[in-house]
Design a protein around this ligand. Structure first.
Ligand code: IPE
Ligand code: IPE
Ligand code: MG
Length: 255
């Protein structure tokens, strides 16, 4: 009851134009969180200060997504190509999950959020995995928003791996060539258990996918923000959602 009242109060006083309504809230929102380095540079700070500031936006957007009933929020946090950055920056990025979860895990548990990860475990430091494993274990019985971190993720490798797994099954006689279909390939992807994103957001003005979910985004709606990730607001997020609600998804057919 208090929750409903609070929502209404927030909506009318704090966000007169912001709160998306209606039942066509995107089920799965994916975000390419970009622009941390430039945000910091603009302020004369080291790039890592931008990554640190970006954690606050993760929190802000997680709550905003949860509040309107988004079911899955995937955040692209580290790509397979990001390993080519200076070691110092990579080390800092690898410490962020535990730093974030140290501060936020209790509240995430309280909010019924389920923490997950999409990406390869190999190559990630033990301390990073440990923090994510702990969060996943402690939230696995929750039933609310799935907060999915794409970490050490790259789409081309994911698709190549899936092709190899299917080829292996075919060579071993477990399946026939006719069993290699869109569905069976999708089942071998790292995202086998989650639906395709309905809405993709990328911040920082870059208009590219940077090897993110090439297969899964086939019919996703795109929304780009010029804002750097640390400066991305709840209002920006709701603007994206409201624009999504205006779109007509045709999937190649006629509507
Ligand atoms: C996004 O910000 C975070 C990661 C890619 C890990 P960037 O670090 O890419 O920041 P810019 O794009 O250089 O400003
Ligand atoms: C994409 O951002 C990866 C993540 C946000 C984790 P990048 O900053 O790595 O992408 P490019 O290099 O500009 O394409
Ligand atoms: Mg970038």
């Amino acid at each position: 009851m208090f929750h409903i009242w609070k929502r209404k109060a927030e909506k009318s006083i704090l966000e007169p134009s912001g709160w998306p309504e209606g039942d066509n809230i995107p089920k799965h929102v994916a975000i390419i969180m970009d622009g941390n380095g430039r945000w910091a540079k603009k302020r004369g700070m080291p790039r890592i200060a931008g990554h640190h500031a970006g954690m606050k936006t993760v929190k802000r957007v997680t709550i905003a997504a949860d509040d309107i009933g988004v079911e899955i929020l995937t955040l692209y946090a580290f790509s397979t190509e990001n390993w080519t950055r200076p070691q110092e920056e990579v080390d800092f990025l690898m410490r962020l999950p535990q730093e974030f979860l140290k501060i936020e895990l209790n509240e995430l548990i309280e909010k019924n959020v389920q923490v997950r990860m999409t990406g390869w475990r190999e190559g990630l430091p033990a301390h990073t995995l440990q923090a994510l494993d702990e969060a996943e274990a402690k939230t696995k019985n929750n039933t609310g928003l799935i907060l999915n971190f794409a970490l050490n993720y790259g789409s081309r490798r994911e698709i190549a791996d899936a092709a190899r797994l299917l080829a292996e099954d075919a060579l071993n006689g477990k399946i026939s060539l006719g069993d290699i279909t869109e569905e069976s390939l999708a089942d071998k992807l790292l995202t086998a258990n989650i639906s395709d994103p309905d809405l993709l957001i990328r911040t920082s003005g870059e208009l590219r996918l940077s090897n993110f979910m090439l297969w899964q985004l086939a019919y996703t709606e795109f929304w780009f923000s010029p804002r750097f990730w640390p400066a991305f607001t709840k209002q920006d997020f709701y603007d994206a959602i409201r624009e999504y609600q205006q779109r007509t998804r045709r999937y190649g057919g006629l509507k």
